[in-house]
Design a protein around this ligand. Structure first.
Ligand code: SAM
Length: 455
C-alpha cells in the first residue's frame, strides 16, 4: 500500500474516525488497547532535537486528549535525537526522533475512552510536520485472550501507591560545554522563560540542586543557589581595596546580582548599569527576584544599550570603579574582551580608579583568560594587573576568575582593612567573601602563574 493511498485512507480514516470510533467502541469492547502508529515527516529538525520542548508537547498532547499523566522520561542523544515516553493512566505515548531526517516515529497507545487522534493533531502542529501517515490497530483482541483470576485488591492498592501525578521523573540535562569539556545540570524540564532576542536565547530553567537559573544560549549565567560566589567576589574586593568608591559603572550584569552587591555599600552615590539585552533584566526580575533585587534603588541608573559604545563615549576620569560583568566572549560579549574596549574603560576611570572584569577560567576558555590578562597588564602596567580566582560550582570546571586593573600604582589590590571587611561581612550576612578569601583569591597556583607568564 503506497503513501498516496495511505494518505487518502488517513483523511478518509479521519472522516471515518468518528464513525470508526463508534465501531471502535463496539470493537474496543473486543480489544484491550488501541494503537496508532504515526510517521511524522518533514518536521522542523530543531524542534525534533529540543528534548524539553518535545517532552512538554508530548505531555500536553496527552493532556489535550484528556489523559492523566503519571510520569515521563525523556533522553537527548548526542549529537542529536530524542527518545521518550509519557506514561498515562490510559497507557502511554512514545516517541523517537531523527532530526537529521526531519522524522519522528510516534506511538499513541491507549486503552479506555481516550481519543488519541486529538494527541495526533496536536503533535502534527507542534512538530510542524507537513507530511505524515498513521495506522490504527487494535491491540489485545479479547477473542484471543483468556482472563486469569487474580487478586485485584492487592494490585490496585499497589497501583494507587504508584500513581503520583505531581512527580515527573524527567531525565533532562542542560549542558554548557566547549569542544573538550562540559558542565551538565539536571533540570526539571520546566521552562519558565524562553525568548530569543536579537542578541541571544534567554531562558530561565530550574535545577533541583541549584534552584532556578538564567541561561543565555547554552551557557549557565547564574543560579539561585551559587550566584553569591560570583556577585560577592566581583564587587566587594574592589570596593574595599579602593576604600572610597562613590561612582560606579557596571557593564552587563543583566541579572542584577552585581549591582545588588555594590549597592549594599552606603558610601556608593551612583551606579550606572549598561546592559545590552532588556529581556535578561525582564526575565530575572520576574523569575530571579532575589538576584534582581536592587533595580529600584534610587542610586541606580539603568541603561539598556551596548556597553562597548557606552565606554567609547564615557567621560574620561569619571568612575571610581568599572565592573565588566559580561558573558563569555561570543555574540554580543565578544567585544567585551577587546583591547579597544578596555582602553576606553581605562580612560573613563579616575586616576585612582579600579577595573574588574569577568575573566573566564585558566581551565576553560584559557586563551580568553590569558589574552585578557595581557590586555589589562598592557594598559595598567605589570604590577597593577591582578587575577582573583574563586569557585562557582555551576560554571564549567568550577574555577573562575576576575581580572583586575588598578590605575594608580599606589593602589595595592591585596591591601584591605580586615576588621572593616569582617564587620561588613557580619552586618550584611555575606556567604562567600571575607578578608581571608580576599587575600587567598590572589594567591595563584603555579600552573596559573606559568600560564600568565607564558608569552
Ligand atoms: N556571570 C555571567 C558570566 O560569568 O558569564 C555573566 C552574567 S550577566 C547575565 C552577562 C550579561 O552581559 C548578559 O546579560 C548579556 O546580555 C550582557 N552583555 C553581553 N554583551 C554585552 C554588551 N556588549 N554590552 C552590555 N551588556 C552585554
Amino acid at each position: 500500500m503506497d503513501a498516496i493511498s495511505e494518505k487518502k485512507i488517513l483523511s478518509m480514516d479521519v472522516e471515518k474516525r468518528t464513525f470508526a470510533l463508534l465501531n471502535d467502541k463496539k470493537r474496543t469492547m473486543g480489544a484491550l488497547g488501541n494503537h496508532i502508529l504515526v510517521e511524522f515527516m518533514r518536521c522542523d529538525p530543531h524542534v525534533l532535537n529540543d528534548v524539553s520542548s518535545i517532552e512538554r508537547d508530548m505531555v500536553e498532547a496527552a493532556r489535550k486528549a484528556g489523559a492523566t499523566v503519571i510520569n515521563s522520561t525523556f533522553h537527548h542523544f548526542s549529537p542529536y535525537g530524542v527518545s521518550g515516553v509519557v506514561v498515562i493512566e490510559e497507557s502511554h505515548l512514545a516517541i523517537h526522533t531523527w532530526p537529521e531526517y526531519g522524522y519522528a516515529a510516534v506511538d499513541l497507545f491507549t486503552c479506555g475512552e481516550m481519543d488519541a487522534w486529538i494527541s495526533f493533531d496536536f503533535l502534527k502542529e507542534a512538530f510542524r510536520s507537513d507530511s505524515y501517515s498513521a495506522i490504527e490497530m487494535k491491540r489485545g483482541s479479547k477473542n484471543l485472550l483468556k482472563r486469569i483470576d487474580f487478586d485485584i485488591s492487592s494490585s490496585r492498592q499497589k497501583a494507587d501507591e504508584w500513581v503520583n501525578p505531581g512527580m515527573y521523573t524527567r531525565n533532562v540535562w542542560f549542558t554548557d560545554k566547549d569542544e573538550f569539556q562540559a558542565l551538565s545540570l539536571r533540570y526539571t524540564g520546566e521552562v519558565y522563560h524562553d525568548v530569543t532576542t536579537a542578541y541571544q536565547r534567554v531562558r530561565i530553567l530550574e535545577s533541583p540542586k541549584y534552584g532556578k537559573f538564567l541561561a543565555l544560549d547554552d551557557m549557565v549565567m547564574t543560579t539561585e543557589n551559587d550566584e553569591f560566589h560570583y556577585h560577592e567576589m566581583i564587587s566587594h574586593p574592589a570596593i574595599f581595596a579602593h576604600g572610597n568608591v562613590k561612582n560606579v559603572l557596571v557593564i552587563g550584569g543583566g541579572d542584577g546580582g552585581t549591582v545588588r552587591e555594590v549597592l549594599r555599600h552606603s558610601g556608593i552615590e551612583k551606579v550606572t548599569m549598561v546592559e545590552i539585552d532588556g529581556e535578561v533584566i525582564k526575565a530575572c526580575k520576574q523569575h530571579l527576584p532575589d538576584i534582581a533585587a536592587a533595580f529600584d534603588d534610587p542610586r541606580l541608573e539603568l541603561i539598556v544599550g551596548d556597553g562597548i559604545s557606552f565606554a567609547e563615549q564615557a567621560t574620561h576620569s569619571s568612575y571610581d570603579l568599572i565592573i565588566v560583568d559580561g558573558s563569555d566572549p561570543v555574540g554580543p560579549a565578544e567585544g567585551l574582551f577587546s583591547v579597544g574596549f578596555y582602553n576606553n574603560c581605562y580612560k573613563a576611570l579616575k586616576p585612582d580608579g579600579i577595573l574588574v572584569a569577568q575573566g573566564e577560567s585558566p581551565k576553560f576558555n584559557e586563551a580568553a583568560f590569558t589574552d585578557l590578562h595581557d590586555t589589562i597588564e598592557g594598559l595598567f602596567g605589570k604590577g597593577n594587573a591582578y587575577v582573583s580566582l574563586f569557585y562557582v560550582p555551576t560554571y564549567p570546571t568550577g574555577m573562575w576568575s576576575f581580572q583586575v586593573g588598578t590605575k594608580a600604582s599606589a593602589t595595592d589590590f591585596g591591601h584591605i582593612d580586615a576588621a572593616e571587611v569582617e564587620a561588613f561581612v557580619q552586618a550584611k550576612g555575606l556567604k562567600y567573601y571575607n578578608s581571608s578569601i580576599h587575600t587567598a583569591s590572589l594567591a595563584l597556583p603555579n600552573f596559573v602563574r606559568q600560564l600568565l607568564q607564558r608569552k
